[in-house]
Write a new protein. Structure first.
Length: 270
């Protein structure tokens, strides 16, 4: 057992609505005979707290205590058995785009880890040159909707905390879906910032907090913004960024922006 973050339930506050049981993609929560939320198994809870935002009575909170380690494979088997393949594919930590695998006992149905992208030419750190405003687009390219992306790579698994472009920068951490939902993502959020993207639900996010904290420790970062979607599972990314800022030892406030499914900013409102 080790100390880690895990859900805690206040039974006196729980009204038995059951919203948390569906918000938890890992199937860690259920209603008992008294119609109260309970944690089925500690190994099913990833500690990200996707259930917090749907609870109408604030009966749930994330605490740090001694607990069995989160087991993505066991959670995958559990959800595959109870909810089917599509639901199991959304379990935190099983990776993207895997094929569902046969169950071979609790904790043994996990997909094989995907090979690391280290060494791939596409993950080499580089700054990107910007096309001057009003410039002519190259043949076959559109001049509208100019990109504000200033560096590569951007996926949190691939970026290096030592990449020179992070030093003396404003840092934007964005959930993968935000760039597709918000039509003005580049102009409204990305302009003038360096970017890392992540998905707290589909990525294997072990180590994300430590990597973000290392980026902040090694570099002079002027501002830190996190942009997430309004769906419950996305709130885990905001919590990771806030934890990383605290872990880094830097007094750097985190600005959180929430984008609705319609692409409009839900919070903070202008």
């Amino acid at each position: 057992m080790a100390k880690r973050k895990i859900i805690e339930i206040d039974r006196d506050k729980c009204d038995g609505c059951g919203l948390c049981t569906t918000a938890c993609a890992e199937g860690a929560l259920a209603l008992d005979d008294e119609n109260k939320a309970v944690l089925l198994k500690e190994i099913y809870c990833d500690g990200l707290g996707a259930c917090l935002d749907v609870c109408p009575t604030d009966a749930l909170k994330v605490v740090e205590r001694e607990s069995e380690t989160y087991d993505a494979g066991a959670a995958y088997d559990h959800v595959l058995r109870t909810r089917g393949e599509e639901a199991a594919s959304r379990v935190h930590g099983v990776g993207r785009g895997h094929e569902a695998v046969p169950m071979t006992g609790e904790g043994h149905g996990r997909p094989e880890p995907k090979p690391s992208a280290c060494g791939c030419p596409g993950s080499v750190a580089r700054e990107l040159k910007k096309t001057p405003a009003g410039g002519t687009a190259e043949p076959g390219r559109t001049a509208s909707g100019a990109s504000e992306l200033g560096q590569w790579p951007i996926q949190l698994h691939l970026v290096s905390p030592q990449a020179p472009y992070f030093n003396h920068s404003d840092l934007l951490v964005a959930a993968d879906c935000t760039a597709f939902a918000a039509g003005g993502f580049h102009q409204d959020f990305l302009r003038g910032k360096k970017l890392v993207i992540a998905c707290p639900k589909l990525d294997d996010s072990r180590g994300y907090v430590e990597k973000l904290a290392e980026i902040l420790r090694r570099n002079i970062v002027y501002s830190l913004t996190v942009v997430i979607m309004s769906v419950p599972c996305c709130s885990g990314l905001a919590r990771m960024v806030e934890e990383a800022a605290e872990l880094s030892g830097k007094r750097l406030p985190v600005r959180k922006v929430v984008v609705g499914l319609d692409g409009n900013v839900v919070s903070p409102r202008a």
